[in-house]
Write a protein that binds this ligand. Structure first.
Ligand code: ZN
Length: 186
């Protein structure tokens, strides 16, 4: 079932989401929620969706990426679920790239993120798993886990790089990020 995506300005996007127990995760209601989240994410389309983005304050997010892009160290990521994630950055937030969010449609900004992360979480069966990720996948994980803690990319962006999607395509898409940062005096 498609669910409406909440936009910035709604308090649910600024709350700390509640953790789930393993029993709750395997319950029909949460399994149905997960299925609806995948459907909603693919319809949007997006590469990640956190439960608060559909108005549900739970520590749950779905992720799937089907694209490849060498410039962004982006490789396909199989569909999976993270529950109650604990994020560990393996290095500083020093990789800048444009990033958007389904809760802020039509806009993007350069957000510095850590290149590598470790995530300890539960999967969709309530089993503990450790994810090690780098590049674009690490960025997706950082973005989605921020959602579970009431943080949006605009809290971390280089604010002078904030742009409409249209202007991103028209003016910035072909330029190296370091050059954009220099040009903007950011
Ligand atoms: Zn988002």
């Amino acid at each position: 079932m498609l669910i409406a995506i909440r936009k910035t300005g709604e308090i649910v996007l600024r709350d700390n989401a509640r953790p789930l127990t393993s029993e709750e995760i395997v319950a029909d209601s949460v399994q149905e929620l997960i299925a609806s989240m995948f459907e909603t994410m693919r319809d949007a389309p997006g590469v990640g969706l956190a439960a608060p983005q559909i108005g549900i304050p739970l520590q749950l997010a779905v992720i799937e990426d089907t694209e490849t892009d060498a410039e962004r160290a982006r490789l396909p990521v199989a569909p999976h679920v993270i529950v109650n994630p604990v994020l560990t950055l393996e290095g500083p937030r020093d990789v800048p790239f444009f990033e958007g969010c389904l809760s802020l449609p039509g806009f993007a900004a350069i957000v510095p993120r850590a290149l590598r992360v470790r995530v300890d979480c539960l999967n969709e069966r309530g089993e503990p798993v450790t994810i090690r990720a780098e590049g674009w996948y690490a960025r997706i994980l950082q973005h989605e886990i921020d959602h579970l803690n009431g943080i949006l990319y605009i809290d971390r962006m280089i604010s002078r790089s904030f742009t409409t999607r249209e202007n991103l395509e028209q003016h910035w898409k072909q330029m190296p990020i370091a050059e954009i940062v220099r040009l903007l005096g950011a």
